[in-house]
Each structure stands twice: as C-alpha cells, then as structure tokens.
Design a binder for this molecule. Structure first.
Ligand code: BEZ
Length: 211
C-alpha cells in the first residue's frame, strides 16, 4: 500500500557510501531526509547532490540527518561522488544508498513506471524523530528540486511540532505565524504573549513564538 503522511517510515538495512546502515538506528532521535535520484551520472541529479552538500550545515543545525538514494550500485556512486565534488565545488558529506535491487525504492514507492522506466522519481521524505513521515514530495526527472523549500518545510515542521501554530503561504523563518483554530481566543494572551492580530475569527496571526 502507498505510504501516507503520518505512517511510520519503513525501516531497511542497506549498503551506502558510508557503510551499511540500518535506517532507524542511523536516524536515532534526529529528524531525517531521504531523497531519491533517477540515476548516477545524470546532470540534474549531479546539481542536486552538490546543492545538498553545500547546505548540509543548515540541516545539521536543525538536527536533520540526510541520506540520498539511487538504484545504481556502490562503485558507481563512489565514482559519481568524485564528479559531483569536482563539478559542483563541494564535498558530498552524507551517505548515498546503493539500491540496485530496488528494495528501498519499492518500500518507498519511488518507482513510477508510467513516468520513468526502471528509475526512481525525485522523491523527498521528511521524517520526524518519532519515525513518522511528515512530508512527501514527488518531482519529475526533468525538474531539479528547490532545497531552500525543503529547509523551509523543516523549519515549519519543527516550529509547529512545538507550538500551536501553523505557517501561512510562502512563510519564512522569522515571519508571523497563524494561531491554530484549536486555540480559543481567551487562551491567546497566555499562549502567545508576544501579541496577536485577528483578521477573521478563524485567521489570527502571532509573531513567531520562538524568535
Ligand atoms: C538528470 O538527473 O539529469 C535526469 C535523470 C533522469 C532523466 C532525466 C534527467
């Protein structure tokens, strides 16, 4: 059955460029990002893996572990990493899963045969410290992902896990948040001492609580 938000991220043990990894043990108490690539030695994937390497400190700051996957074997990944480092001016600093038998790709439903024959589509899974899936994104092979957006969602998820807020369209770290409908008006002053503004009874903003 297809995975859905809130499901437990399926566990697996796999060979990676940083040794054998049991996914849940490797995640520990961290947040996690698992992102897939159609194939090694392809242009868009090369830029994506390089971009991720260059912003890895941002994920580390947020206690997020990152792991990539493509269906090619380990030797291929190792050679490709040299190319990524050379062409993208980076050092790939996270593991890449080798999945030639498509075991992990199948578990995560990353092969969409009507879109891309025998390769994984560009999937992104954000996984919480509770091992539950918090976000799933699926991009076509021809469109490289926006890694700033993935960081933005991590910020939103971590904030909304801690406070009774949601984040509006195009929200960015530091901007006002929406008070969730479950919070009664009379609870707002104690829960959101920084203040609030009510636009409609269901649309109430407050400054970002943890800033
Ligand atoms: C790429 O990463 O450039 C790519 C991979 C598979 C199909 C098309 C493009």
């Amino acid at each position: 059955m297809a995975l859905r938000l809130g499901d437990e991220a399926p566990n697996f043990t796999a060979e990676t460029t940083e040794g054998t990894i049991n996914f849940h043990e490797w995640l520990g108490d961290s947040w996690g990002i698992l992102f897939s690539h159609p194939k090694d030695y392809t242009p868009v994937c090369t830029t994506e893996l390089g971009t991720m390497a260059k912003i890895m400190d941002e994920f580390k700051k947020r206690n997020v572990k990152v792991i990539a996957i493509s269906v090619d074997p380990l030797d291929s990944h190792k050679g490709w990493i040299n190319d990524i480092n050379e062409t993208q001016n980076c050092t790939v600093n996270y593991p890449i899963i080798a999945d030639p038998e498509r075991k992990v790709a199948s578990l995560y439903d990353m092969i969409h045969p009507n879109a891309l024959d025998n390769m994984t589509v560009r999937s992104v899974f954000i996984i919480g410290p509770d091992k539950k899936i918090k976000l799933m994104l699926t991009y076509p092979a021809s469109t490289g992902r926006n890694f700033d957006e993935i960081l933005r969602v991590v910020d939103s998820l971590q904030l909304t896990a801690q406070y009774q807020v949601a984040t509006p369209a195009n929200w960015k770290e530091g901007e006002d948040c929406i008070i969730v409908p479950a919070v009664k008006d009379e609870e707002i002053p104690s829960k959101f001492p920084k203040g609030h503004r009510t636009i409609k009874p269901y649309l109430r903003y407050t400054p970002q609580p943890n800033k």
